[in-house]
Design a protein. Structure first.
Length: 319
């Protein structure tokens, strides 16, 4: 018999967000903690303490059908996080987080890639509701993706399909957190925008508002704030980022012909500054037979809810 609650967890490079979700898809209790930790074991110990507080608050583990986790480099088949470069305790390791949390809480646990979890959440509760073919792009500390084809997430034979953030967009380009050069993530993530800002300032952007800041600590939010004030350098930074994303999206469209590409995450909130350039580049670089057929949408779910709800949806399927 299905129990009244599940837990959804979104593991990010900076923060971990979690929530108790009821059968109607409502997050009735929520919590948040910092993701960085000395070891995976210490991270899991801290997280399990926070989860157990929520679990007891709503009636104990007997009320839960399961726990679902969305995490960078999450392997759905194995329940593991594998060599996640943006997590302090994940790089170079295989972390059996699903088994670790199941043991710590006494509740069956399933895990998937964070962008896949966001895609499930968007398909169930957000702008992709009713769509059977779309691509979810998460623009945060890294660039993640969830690909839905004919209503089913694409996992591939090993559980890792859909790492679109690690397609090469510039040969011999920037070093990415994964160790390769020129990945989309190195240019189109929040950290990638910060790197672009540093380059712009050092190459003549001295009149920019951004030049008044510590060039080594400029953030994507700083770029957005400057753009909102009409700063031409900040606007140019978003235009370059949007051009790179739009060209990449045109290539993604060619292999799965999605009804929509849905953007989620902090960087997507740059709004017109990034959406306009993305759309222009998509239109320019898309193959003729695909032009005008794929919508570019922003998630309408509150920050982090898509991943939490998507991860929780997996937990309802636990028997």
């Amino acid at each position: 018999m299905v129990k009244p609650y599940v837990m959804g967890i979104d593991v990010g490079g900076t923060n971990t967000v979690f929530g108790v979700v009821d059968a109607r898809g409502k997050i009735i209790e929520a919590g948040k903690m910092k993701s960085p930790s000395e070891t995976a074991e210490s991270y899991c110990a801290t997280l399990s303490v926070e989860l157990n507080k929520l679990i007891e608050h709503v009636g104990g583990k007997e009320k839960f059908n399961g726990i679902g986790i969305g995490a960078p480099n999450g392997n759905y088949y194995q329940g593991t996080i594998e060599d996640a470069p943006n997590i302090s305790w994940g790089k170079g390791r295989v972390v059996p987080l699903a088994n670790m949390l199941s043991a710590a809480t006494g509740i069956s646990t399933v895990l998937t890639n964070d962008a896949n979890a966001a895609a499930i959440g968007e398909m169930t509760y957000g702008v992709a509701k009713g769509m059977k073919n779309f691509i979810m792009i998460t623009l945060g500390t890294g660039v993640g993706s969830g690909i839905v084809v004919n209503g089913t997430l694409v996992y591939g034979h090993d559980g890792f399909a859909g790492e679109l953030g690690h397609v090469i967009v510039k040969k011999d380009g920037r070093v990415c957190g994964c160790g390769r050069k020129g990945c989309l993530e190195a240019y189109a993530s929040a950290t990638g925008v910060a790197r672009t800002a540093k380059e712009f300032i050092e190459n003549g952007g001295t009149k920019s508002l951004l030049a008044q800041l510590d060039v080594n600590n400029v953030t994507s939010k700083d770029v957005y704030d400057a753009a909102m004030k009409g700063d031409k350098v900040a606007i140019a930074i978003f235009k370059e980022t949007g051009n790179i994303l739009g060209e990449a999206f045109a290539n993604f469209i060619a292999f799965s012909s999605p009804e929509a590409i849905v953007l989620f995450g902090g960087l997507s909130k740059a709004g017109k500054f990034i959406m306009g350039p993305i759309q222009e580049a998509m239109d320019e670089y898309s193959l003729g037979i695909f032009k005008g057929k794929t919508k570019l949408l922003m998630s309408d779910l509150p920050e982090s809810d898509a991943a939490v709800l998507g991860a929780s949806a997996l937990a309802w399927e636990i028997k």
